[in-house]
Design a protein around this ligand. Structure first.
Ligand code: PLP
Length: 395
């Protein structure tokens, strides 16, 4: 039986040998706050703070129009993509940062269904994040496809030669359940379908091998575990074998092979840059580009090990201390099936959240009754996990 006092000692010992303990110093965390919402809005890095201040006064304030070339703004979306690529198992030059996740869902789903003419179905995880479902419905309507929405466990069984594209989110935003990305991708390819994986709760939290798994398209979010800042650019990955034939619908000049030729005919860039549309938002992209340096000097395997250690300690305390007090564990017990957040059901979830906030503990709530706690491996500690469990026990 774990007691909170025993857990405090164990947490201190785990923090002392944590290979990422110095990475926390790369963040500017407010005093008196324990932050468990890095799955929704990642914390501020000192690098992003400095880079945004610098770009405002220097390249923008002084360099002005010259900075598109001299400060490298023209290639910032690609260079930011190249910093994301190793975090998701992608080769350099196969990821670009741009737009929002929602917009990138639209661009990749449309490109994917265009590659499978004659098929009649778009298959989606019925429990996917709502914006993914809304956009999938639009794409299905625009291409005369039947939208088939099914629970994650039924997706494999629904894959047949009618399906043009399967789309799902790798880590469920409510439960943190990890979907079998490799197996579903293989199964989709077996029937000739393409896959679009959403890595919103994966990138920066758990490793994924997009190239190794032969994933066709992936998108992800810049402001969660990548810490790019509120509304940060999202990203797009396209398999090198597909990109020359992949045509996204928002064919703007930043995706043109030669934007400054100002030609009236559209000719897409040869690589993944064709998934860019309009002008890069330089301030936001600068923040994301700099924030990604927080992932230097480690690997996603080390990040995953720390993530698992944090969530496993919390799950253990939840089962022993919190479930007897009216909480319900709503995430997988098996760490290999769990992403980097843990959800607890509670009949008075919103009141519990308010109690936590009053104690300087930030988390979030998703209807109907789910409290969500994100454990960001680069800055959360085991000691904070015990603090959280204590606050929940006394809520
Ligand atoms: C966070 C999240 C989004 C967010 O989309 P935006 O366009 O950035 O608002 C989309 N999909 C999933 C699965 C998410 O978790």
């Amino acid at each position: 039986m774990t007691t909170l006092a025993e857990a405090r000692h164990r947490a201190a010992a785990l923090d002392a040998i944590d290979p990422l303990r110095r990475h926390r110093e790369r963040f500017t965390l407010p005093d008196g706050v324990a932050y468990f919402d890095g799955n929704s809005l990642g914390a501020l890095t000192t690098a992003a703070r400095a880079a945004v201040a610098e770009v405002v006064d220097g390249p923008w304030g002084t360099g002005l129009i010259r900075s598109w070339k001299e400060a490298g703004w023209m290639t910032l979306a690609q260079r930011t993509g190249d910093r994301i690529a190793p975090l998701v198992g992608a080769a350099p030059g196969t990821v670009v940062a741009c737009d929002s996740t929602s917009v990138n869902v639209y661009k990749t789903l449309t490109a994917a269904v265009r590659l499978r003419p004659g098929r009649t179905r778009l298959l989606v995880d019925a429990d996917d994040f709502p914006t993914d479902l809304y956009v999938a419905r639009s794409v299905a309507e625009q291409h005369g496809l039947e939208l088939v929405a099914a629970p994650a466990a039924e997706l494999a069984g629904l894959l047949d030669e009618r399906v043009a594209v399967l789309t799902a989110t790798h880590v469920d935003y409510r439960s943190a359940r990890v979907l079998p990305l490799d197996a579903l991708t293989v199964r989709a390819h077996d029937v000739g379908a393409l896959v679009v994986w959403d890595l919103a709760h994966t990138a920066g939290a758990l490793p994924v091998d997009l190239a190794g798994a032969a994933v066709d398209f992936a998108i992800g979010c810049g402001y969660k575990y990548l810490n790019g800042g509120p509304g940060a650019p999202a990203f797009v990955y396209v398999a090198p074998s597909l990109v020359a034939d992949a045509h996204q619908p928002l064919s703007g000049w930043f995706g043109h092979a030669d934007p400054f030729a100002f030609s009236t005919g559209y000719a897409p860039a040869p690589g993944v840059e064709r998934f860019l549309s309009g002008t890069t938002g330089v301030l936001g992209m600068t923040a994301l580009h700099a924030a990604l340096t927080a992932f230097e000097d480690t690997t996603m395997e080390v990040v995953r090990t720390k993530s698992t250690s944090l969530t496993s300690l919390f799950v253990e305390l939840a089962i022993e201390v919190l479930v007897p007090r009216g909480y319900r564990l709503a995430s997988p017990i098996d760490a290999t099936e769990r992403g980097s957040h843990v959800a607890l059901g509670h009949a008075d979830g919103e009141a519990v959240l308010a109690h936590l906030q009053a104690a300087g503990i930030l988390a979030d709530f998703r209807p109907p009754d789910l409290l969500r706690f994100g454990f960001a491996p680069l800055y959360n500690t085991h000691t904070e996990v015990v603090l959280l469990a204590e606050a929940l026990a006394t809520a």
